[in-house]
Design a protein around this ligand. Structure first.
Ligand SMILES: [Zn+2]
Length: 161
């Protein structure tokens, strides 16, 4: 691969929501969620999309290849492990994230009060200052009330001198 200074990545993730399940976004439990994510892992749609964005920037495939949802060992797993694996693969290719932009579409609850906590959590996991994690919170305007969707772009910078 030619050493270009920057590469862009894009990721998307969605989960169906049901009552009685936890909702975790960006590694942060959402305290007043009436609905939680149906998933093989902990269903963290933010971390899944960030991990896929990291991998896509270097054409390394997607998280389903590394963590198949048929594997019993990954059942209920903490998605921070998935993100750590994606980051390790990216670093192995000589790149690190520069900044990340995250759009979360969720009708309820409003995520604004968790903005600083989610940004800090994602930043910590990516080894970035929170100022490099942009978060936009949208609703589906009632079109998909039992659904959480996340879209992420990431800029990767070469760490080779
Ligand atoms: Zn997911």
């Amino acid at each position: 691969m030619a050493a270009v200074p920057f590469r862009v990545g894009f990721g998307e993730d969605a989960h169906r929501l049901e009552a009685g399940l936890p909702l975790v976004l960006g590694g942060v439990p959402v305290p007043d969620a009436e609905l939680g994510a149906v998933a093989h892992s902990d269903g963290d749609a933010v971390l899944h999309a960030v991990a896929d964005a990291l991998l896509s920037g270097l054409a390394l495939g997607d998280i389903g290849q590394y963590f198949p949802d048929t594997a019993a060992e990954w059942k209920g797993m903490d998605s921070r492990v998935i993100l750590a694996k994606a980051l390790e693969l990216v670093r192995g290719r000589g790149y690190a994230p520069v900044n990340v932009a995250v759009v979360v579409t969720l009708d309820k609850p409003k995520l604004g009060p968790l903005r600083a906590e989610i940004a800090a959590s994602v930043a910590r996991l990516l080894n970035l200052p929170p100022s490099e994690v942009g978060l936009s919170f949208k609703t589906s305007e009632g079109l998909a009330p039992r659904h959480v969707q996340t879209r992420v772009t990431v800029l990767l910078g070469s760490i080779e001198g």
